[in-house]
Design a protein around this ligand. Structure first.
Ligand code: FMN
Length: 494
């Protein structure tokens, strides 16, 4: 729907929710999907032969981007272990599959200073998950760890250890970020070409799997009578490849899952192929049904070439859920949250990220700058969104803002803000179910805007309705994350 400035300018005061221009489909700018009225048939899953698909839910502790509103008086520490523990416990109370941590390997910089509009200073993932393993019993624990700046032996050893101490609840989100800015932290200056990063990632993962498979199930004997502690062949490995040429003995016995669940989160063709061959879960960015369905079909279609079936890979987009007593209250709340997430400062910083120049003189409630972007200059560093295609992005943003008469901040809300599921508990449960039954996803990785208690509304008010519909577990049926995801032992497990 095209809407010119004249349709709304001059009739509204800035900041009034009901006065802001509608997004695509006539919906308010803070809401990504068409709103399904509570109790209406529109939110019901389409008829399917056989049983309804089960919904998988996970939670991400927010902070890498601007989802978390750390300035909200209800927010508590974004760094302290207690916040991680409380969010993890809420997820386990809601029988979630897993708790997810993203990773940024270098503090972002904006005009030469640390970019601190988002959270800065998060502790290291695997150490934090080890702490969470001690205070949870069933919840899966997923860490993002990069393959460009690490070595397989070390990463495999740390995940094997976490899988042992959590008794089979670990997942590894394999990411391939490569930029030179991050590389400086590792004295490698982004040495890896973009084209090579998935080649390295694939060999990295294959090597890690060889290391995990180097211990058979019965290799740890510990037989006092015979005096034998391990079988003679335990941990022996030899990998000779393009990126890694290593041989020796791997030090850590295999955990209950054979090896950790593998998550992938890239979206390029190489990333999709990598996922179809090697991943158990994809963390995708496609949280609108319109975009999610083709992605889902494309990746599931690729599985057959690797001898895999539809259910061997779960696709879980990132999503937010704003729950209130009524749909109307939820819409107003969603709008408020979105405006907090895209503050005037964040709006200008994001625009500067694409324009590559200082735009601090521009009014966030005014029109886009008349000056052209400088695509070669990077003033917001370490932020993947602003890494490439900036000229094209600037062109598209100008087009959207021009067509709909959006101010800088409104445009940023339209392109970077917005909530996925908004409504009463019933509406949110219907919409989550509908999305999954329509093959847009197998579930979601929810990202609350408040740390640490932002998941409670979903756990206490939405989960029971999903259970009532018969599309969500009443309780965990097994001890491991592979059990939660309906996955068997990996084929490489000896
Ligand atoms: C939903 C999503 C989450 C991601 N999370 C991280 C992360 O936490 N840390 C990281 O270094 N890269 C992260 N990435 C980046 C990807 O792993 C990958 O490096 C990037 O998307 C480029 O790969 P591609 O060309 O296949 O898309 C994420 C990407 C997506 C789509």
């Amino acid at each position: 729907m095209k809407q010119g400035r004249s349709a709304w300018a001059g009739r509204c005061l800035p900041g009034q929710a009901r006065c802001r221009p509608a997004g695509p489909g006539g919906r308010p700018p803070g809401v990504k999907e068409p709103i399904v009225p509570a109790g209406s048939n529109a939110g019901q899953p389409p008829p399917r032969a056989g049983q309804a698909k089960q919904v998988h839910l996970a939670v991400q502790l927010p902070g890498i981007h601007n989802v978390t509103v750390w300035t909200d008086p209800r927010s508590e520490s974004q760094i302290a272990v207690d916040s991680f523990v409380r969010l993890a416990r809420a997820a386990e109370r809601g029988k979630f599959d897993f708790f997810f941590l993203a990773e940024g390997l270098r503090l972002r910089e904006h005009k030469g200073q640390v970019y601190d509009l988002d959270v800065v200073g998060r502790p290291e993932n695997l150490t934090m998950l080890a702490a969470l393993a001690a205070v949870t019993t069933r919840l899966g624990l997923a860490a993002t760890v990069n393959t460009t700046f690490n070595e397989p032996y070390e990463v495999a050893r740390r995940f094997a250890t976490l899988d042992l101490l959590s008794e089979g609840r670990t997942a590894w989100n394999v990411v391939t970020s490569y930029d030179a800015f991050t590389g400086e932290n590792f004295r490698r200056g982004g040495y890896l070409d973009e084209a090579d990063r998935y080649t390295r990632a694939a060999e990295f993962l294959a090597t890690a799997k060889e290391l995990w498979a180097s211990w058979g199930e019965d290799d740890l004997v510990a037989d006092a009578a015979s005096g034998e502690f391990v079988r003679p062949g335990a941990g022996r490995f030899a990998h000779h490849g393009e990126h890694f040429d290593i041989s020796g003995r791997f030090g850590t016995p295999r955990g209950p899952q054979g090896h950790p669940v593998i998550i992938q989160s890239g979206e390029s063709d190489a990333g999709r192929e990598f996922a179809a061959r090697d991943a158990d879960v994809i963390f995708s960015k496609y949280s609108s049904l319109e975009q999610a369905r083709p992605f889902y079909q494309d990746v599931k279609r690729r599985l057959a070439a690797y001898g895999r079936t539809h259910d061997d890979l779960k696709i879980l987009p990132t999503a937010t859920a704003v729950v209130a007593d009524t749909d109307e209250e939820a819409r107003a709340y969603a709008d408020e949250i979105t405006r907090e997430q895209v503050s005037p400062q964040t709006a200008i910083a994001h625009l500067e990220g694409v324009w590559g120049r200082d735009l601090s003189a521009y009014d966030p409630d005014g029109p886009l700058p008349d000056v052209d972007p400088e695509p070669e200059s990077l003033i917001l560093k370490g932020h993947s969104v602003f890494r490439k295609g900036r000229e094209e992005t600037a062109r598209q943003w100008r087009e959207i803002a021009g067509e709909r008469g959006l101010s800088i901040r409104e445009l940023m809300i339209e392109v970077h803000g917005g909530q996925t599921f908004v409504g009463s508990p019933r509406t949110v449960a219907d919409r989550i179910d509908h999305f999954v039954q329509s093959d847009g996803a197998d579930g979601f990785i929810l990202v609350p805007h408040l740390t640490p208690d932002g998941l409670d509304e979903v756990v206490d008010r939405v989960v029971p309705l999903l259970q009532e519909k018969g599309v969500y577990r009443e309780d965990y049926t097994g001890p491991t994350l592979r059990d939660h995801l309906g996955l068997g032992l990996p084929k490489e497990t000896p």
